[in-house]
Design a protein around this ligand. Structure first.
Ligand code: ZN
Length: 418
């Protein structure tokens, strides 16, 4: 694109700006040069100096205007439940990458304009989107999960002493190896560092209640990441002991957090640690035909653990950012997560904040994205529903009429901007 483009005015919609205040019944958003120039009640705009240039007026009566959503936990390199880790590991790397392209578009079409990929996608995925080569959400990548031997990033069978697939997990034990592993992913362009603070469901030789890295290993990793431009660490942490190790070690977000208890909640409230409960994957039933029997049993047990512990953490006011684990769950179902958060006790507005302004806070991008306010990037979703009346409607991609990222329409079901 060259030169100045005509500003676009979305008006007559229910405006939910992501900040959590009252929605505006007849709201408008003025978009110019990739940025939000103004957002508020339509009636206040006519007299406003922001509307100096003539704008294309798009009437979105009956729809809701929202900020583009932010999914803090995806895996673009994973298929969404249809393949085993062994099958993925057997694939040429180039094929894994090509397969990620349509998943990125599905995610964007679901209404997600920014996503944090917590393992499997390298910096090239981010750059392909940034350069305009691929249509997808703006990506922050962790490249590969760091894990102790036999931990959640170790996908080798017990009798296999060969190399672990480095795209799936980088194994490290002790402070020296942890230093090397974190420097390795930072060298490859990681925006975030992902660690295994507990075992998990799909790793063959551990349990979600097992400890992963210990507190001193985690602290070493968070310190090194912090010393590289203030980068932060996300911890896969399901059992209570590993959740505590992760929080004490200084991670910014506890991923899953299924067995979170009051001790961890107190510490997280004190430190401002976020919980990313990934209820989309927690609510995905494993396929008994495809899942190994050991994985099936783990998944069923830890689903019920999550259902008892997560609502308590939400009731106590732990900061929650939206993340789905799509890649393990089906791609493109990202905006089912707000309804799951509501099932766990959040208000619909709270769940929308978790997927917009709160997620932006976790990612350190609150100055750029997460709300519809003057000066923010024009990441905008128009939904054919009132999510405050029916939050589940957001999770149906057919209801997502328009998705704009940086002011460019990537999905426009009804040709509003055609
Ligand atoms: Zn994950």
């Amino acid at each position: 694109m060259t030169g100045r483009t005509t500003p676009v005015l979305l008006h007559n919609g229910l405006l939910i700006d992501g900040r959590g205040g009252e929605p505006v019944a007849n709201g408008a958003v003025l978009i110019e040069e990739g940025l939000v120039r103004w957002a508020g009640p339509s009636g206040e705009l006519s007299a406003h100096p922001a509307l100096s240039a003539p704008a294309r007026r798009i009437d979105v009566r009956g729809d809701t205007i929202l900020p583009g959503f932010i999914d803090c936990h995806v895996h673009m390199a994973a298929p969404g439940g249809a393949l085993s880790h062994a099958e993925i590991a057997a694939m040429p790397l180039s094929l894994r990458t090509f397969l990620a392209a349509p998943r990125m578009k599905l995610t964007l079409d679901a209404g997600v304009t920014t996503a944090r990929d917590l393992g499997g996608a390298d910096a090239g995925h981010r750059e392909a989107v940034e350069s305009g080569l691929l249509a997808g959400p703006r990506l922050l990548v962790a490249i590969a999960m760091l894990s102790p031997t036999g931990g959640h990033g170790d996908f080798r069978a017990a009798n296999d002493d060969g190399e672990n697939d480095p795209a799936m997990g980088r194994l490290a034990d002790g402070l020296t190896e942890c230093r090397k592993a974190v420097r390795g992913v930072l060298r490859q362009g990681a925006d975030w560092v992902k660690i295994a603070a507990t075992g998990g469901v799909w790793s063959p030789t551990d349990q979600p209640g097992d400890d992963g890295f210990l507190e001193d290993e985690i602290r070493t990793i968070t310190e090194i990441a912090a010393g590289h431009g203030g980068k932060k660490v996300a911890a896969h942490a399901q059992g209570r002991s590993g959740i505590l190790n992760a929080v004490r070690g200084g991670v910014a977000s506890v991923e899953h957090g299924y067995e979170i208890d009051d001790q961890a909640i107190d510490l997280m409230l004190e430190r401002g640690t976020f919980l990313v409960p990934t209820l989309t994957t927690a609510n995905t039933d494993p396929d008994p035909q495809k899942a190994a029997s050991w994985a099936y049993a783990k998944k069923k047990h830890w689903q019920s653990v999550a259902r008892t512990h997560i609502p308590h953490a939400i009731a106590r006011g732990v900061r929650v950012a939206m993340g789905t684990d799509c890649g393990i769950a089906e791609h493109g179902t990202n905006l089912r997560e707000p309804a799951y958060l509501v099932d766990c006790g959040m208000t619909p507005m709270g769940a929308i904040r978790a997927g917009t302004s709160e997620a932006a806070e976790l990612l350190g991008l609150a100055h750029e994205i997460g709300t519809l306010e003057a000066g923010k990037r024009a990441d905008v979703v128009v939904a054919r529903c009132d999510p405050l009346a029916d939050i589940t409607a957001l999770g149906e991609p057919a209801n997502i009429r328009l998705v704009m990222k940086d002011g460019v329409a990537f999905k426009d079901l009804d040709g509003l901007l055609a």
